[in-house]
Design a binder for this molecule. Structure first.
Ligand code: GAL
Ligand code: CA
Length: 350
């Protein structure tokens, strides 16, 4: 009996020691458990879907390397109210870092307040909040790209094409008749891309005549509709289409096909993003060029930063501007180099 009692006490003692040890090991590593909540503005945006896919690949890589990372994804169907609710749910579900692609980039206050109350850092991406909002709390970050650079590069691509191909000026009046297709009004990439593409062409000595401008909210079908109206007005007078993204450039092309124009009456089209469809269209010479929006780089920067802000060991990537911002560079894409981008190594493979 006595022996049994001693044995039982011994077992309890060992279990307690094990338990204590286990707690001792677990507590530091529990800080490193990363639950990332990702919220993005709209599930029908081509570039965002491709960027989110790259981010998932980054997370899988971290898992393969033995990190304890989980990710929960929510898309907001273009409603800021919906996104605010989704962010609340993500925080309630235990996310300890958020990656947020705002619906309304001027309205992040509710998300910032929720995050600050719960001490959950936020990495905004792709839709840049205004500086005053970014300054509201030290644990707010932004990962994206420099809109101005993409506009300048699109202008350079168009300049190079116009210099090299005199047929682009179809009516031979020494001017390029052009149309702009714009993304959402108020988006940092809309105004800045248009302005810089047009200014770059002018600064390079290209004489321009603006025929029309349409808003198509980054969307291929909307761009097609808008472009059908514009073509009905200007017929074969349009020589150049500058679109704020690839989907809208492809939508413009769809409009010419729908109206059964012969290819000799097509203008030249330029996009931005280098989406899968955009790159294929450059390869097929349907788009004259695009500007690569480095989704692999942005996804990798977000994943790295998410790990760093949760780990709290103080080390932050040295790529942070003003302790908050990471801007990945764009690149010009034409038929000459498109294969480098089509073969872009899959972010999840070594
Ligand atoms: C831009 C991109 C667009 C669209 C938009 C959404 O950077 O070029 O295609 O995805 O972001 O915010
Ligand atoms: Ca002309």
């Amino acid at each position: 009996m006595r022996v049994k009692r001693i044995k039982a006490a011994g077992i309890i003692f060992c279990i307690s020691i094990l338990f204590l040890c286990d707690c001792g090991i677990q507590s530091p590593s529990s800080v490193d458990k990363i639950h990332i909540g990702v919220a993005y503005y709209n599930q029908s945006d081509t570039f965002l879907n491709e960027l989110v896919d790259c981010f998932k690949e980054q997370i899988n890589e971290l898992k393969d390397d033995g990190s304890s990372v989980t990710m929960t994804l929510r898309a907001a169907s273009g409603s800021q109210r919906t996104q605010d609710d989704q962010v609340k749910e993500l925080i309630d579900a235990g996310c300890n870092v958020l990656c947020v692609n705002l619906v309304d980039r001027t309205d992040p206050s509710e998300i910032i307040d929720l995050a600050r109350e719960n001490n959950v850092p936020v990495i905004f991406f792709n839709r840049e909040p205004v500086t005053e909002d970014m300054m509201q709390w030290e644990n707010l970050y932004y990962v994206g790209a420099d809109a101005k650079q993409s506009g300048v590069m699109q202008g350079e691509l168009a300049t190079e094409a116009i210099h090299a191909n005199h047929w682009i000026d179809r009516n031979k009046d020494g001017k390029i008749q052009y149309v702009v297709l714009e993304g959402e009004p108020g988006h940092q990439d809309t105004i800045i891309r248009t302005e810089n593409a047009v200014d770059t062409l002018k600064n390079n000595g290209i004489e321009l005549e603006k025929l029309s401008c349409g808003i198509a909210n980054w969307n291929r079908a909307q761009a097609q509709n808008r472009m059908v109206q514009i073509i009905n007005q200007y017929q074969n007078k349009i020589e150049l289409v500058l679109a704020n993204n690839d989907d809208m450039a492809l939508g413009a092309l769809d409009a010419y096909k729908k109206l059964n124009f012969t290819e000799t009456d097509f203008p030249v089209f330029f996009g931005i993003d280098g989406t899968n469809a955009g790159l294929e269209a450059v390869l097929d010479k349907k788009l004259s060029g695009t500007v690569y929006n480095d989704k692999e780089g942005q996804a990798a920067a977000m994943a790295k930063l998410a790990v760093e802000v949760v780990s709290k060991d103080g080390t932050k990537t040295d790529a942070l501007d003003n302790d908050k911002y990471i801007y990945l560079p764009y690149s010009k894409v034409t038929t000459d180099n498109v294969n480098n981008f089509l073969n872009e190594p899959d972010a999840s493979s070594d």
